[in-house]
Design a protein around this ligand. Structure first.
Ligand code: BES
Ligand code: ZN
Length: 456
């Protein structure tokens, strides 16, 4: 293993240059005008995989392509692990808040600033570099590895589920490893044992057949934007709880032991408040911010439109108003059931003066794994050696839609070994990735295969 670690150490500057190349692609999966960039990014990744000694194919799907890359196989059966990552990124807007253009990576101190640097290009690239170190130093890998790098994670992974089904024999494995989550601090590596799920929908309220003069008609017809605000306001109560009947029925409660463990994580409510720049924190009564963001469900308005949005004023009663909603779900809750209950409740609350249209978008089940298992313990050892600090077990609030399908379709558990720091600004302007986390992530990955192979 010395050769592997020496290789990683010596080649850091080149690795950073290569990561910058990868970050140049504006692979924004949600925006159709970037489809060619998404494809170009997939091709670059596959070519890079070949250069480091992997067999790679770009697999077309109905949506964005999936890059599949495999370590050279040897005779006989050996443990097989999947490494999952996504090369698509969130939209970079608003551009004016970036201190440098989002797809022109720059290094400031230890920060590599670019859209996708932490979420997720830098994180899966760390795993690729670890494998490169094995292959280029002629060090034997103790297991087979397959990289599954998709281009639709940020839009719900619609094409990956059928892909897993179609290739389930080839992808059968002893476990999945994902670095697409976070760690609380640079000196606090973490294994995430729970993720929230998600259910999303769009609500449109339609009123008059066209925008109307608000002086001539205002007062005689419902204003769809006002009706939408009133409808949405009824979705939560004064205690910060969601009012959809049955919404909390299946929520797995936090045990006293777990709450105690979560309270041991560093940070204070006041520090958190300042970090977020809010005048006062908000949330469901009776829970800490950590509990609220990881172990409790939410109902969020992601976007709200209707009426005139341009400069100056326009005196109208708009014809329609629309809201984009996502709900984060926790262990026990099922996206389909929650979507059905929410749709029924919205229809029930909608006044007869407008027409309501509800379109469910994507959903993903929450994830919770028992941290006592042998593979989790193996991963904790790799984290500790790589980061030179004792790792912590955490729950996180984000979602990685495909994780539940790895279990459902391949029967495989996932190890979530995130390398992103809380101030990496993922999904925000000025996203960055810490180059120390990048390097430690490579060491962790190199050690992980040794540790994991022992557990199979
Ligand atoms: N990497 C994130 C998920 C994440 C981040 C989990 C930090 C835990 C900690 C991922 O790229 C992401 O943003 N997922 C989306 C999925 C959604 C669009 C279906 C999310 O959580 O919003
Ligand atoms: Zn993301």
């Amino acid at each position: 293993m010395k050769a592997v670690f020496d290789y990683l150490k010596t080649n850091q500057p080149r690795f950073v240059d290569e990561l910058c190349e990868l970050l140049h692609f504006p692979s924004v999966s949600a925006q159709p005008q970037h489809t060619p960039d998404v494809h170009a990014c997939a091709n670059w990744l596959a070519e890079h995989c070949r250069q480091i000694g992997l067999g790679a194919e770009v697999c077309p799907t109905r949506g964005h392509p999936i890059v599949l890359a495999r370590t050279p196989r040897r005779e006989g059966t050996r443990p097989h692990f999947l490494v999952y990552g996504h090369y698509d990124v969130q939209p970079p807007e608003p551009f004016e808040l970036w201190t440098s253009p989002p797809f022109e990576p720059v290094i400031r101190g230890r920060d590599l600033v670019a859209r996708g640097s932490a979420d997720n290009k830098g994180q899966h690239f760390a795993h690729l570099k670890a494998v490169e170190a094995y292959l280029k130093t002629g060090t034997g890998l103790p297991c087979d590895l397959t990289f599954v790098l998709e281009g639709e994670e940020e839009t719900g992974s619609a094409s990956l589920t059928p892909f897993l089904r179609a290739r389930r024999r080839e992808l059968r494995c002893d476990g999945v490893v994902i670095s697409d989550t976070g760690m609380p601090a640079k000196n606090l590596p973490a294994l995430t044992y729970a993720l929230r799920g998600i259910a999303s929908l769009e609500i449109t309220l339609r009123g008059p057949s066209r925008d109307l003069h608000s002086g001539l008609f205002g007062g005689s017809v419902e204003n769809p934007a006002m009706a939408l605000c009133q409808l949405l306001a009824r979705m939560r109560d004064a205690r910060g709880r969601i009012t959809v009947p049955g919404f909390y029925d299946d929520v797995a409660p936090l045990s006293a032991a777990e709450r105690k463990q979560l309270r041991r994580l560093p940070g204070t409510e006041e520090g958190y408040r300042r970090f977020l720049g809010v005048p006062k924190l908000y949330g469901e009564k009776g829970y800490t911010s950590t509990e609220r963001t990881t172990a409790r469900p939410t109902f969020e308005i992601n976007g709200l439109t209707g009426g005139y949005q341009g400069e100056g004023g326009k005196t109208i009663v708009p014809a329609w108003a629309r809201a984009k909603i996502t709900m984060r779900l926790v262990a026990g809750q099922q996206p389909d059931k929650i979507l059905r209950a929410t749709t029924a409740w919205l229809k029930h609350l909608c006044p007869p003066t407008v027409r309501i249209e509800i379109s469910p978008e994507h959903g993903a089940a929450p994830y919770l794994v028992d941290p006592a298992g042998a593979k989790v313990q193996a991963a904790l050892r790799a984290l500790k050696t790589a980061f030179h600090h004792e790792p912590v077990l955490i729950r996180e609030g984000g979602s990685i839609p495909i994780v539940s399908d790895f279990k459902r379709i391949l029967g495989a558990d996932t190890l979530l070994l995130g390398l992103s720091l809380p101030d990496d600004n993922i999904h925000s302007p000025n996203e960055k990735f810490d180059l120390d986390c990048f390097a430690a992530g490579q060491r962790m990955s190199a050690l992980l295969w040794q540790e994991l192979a022992k557990t199979v």
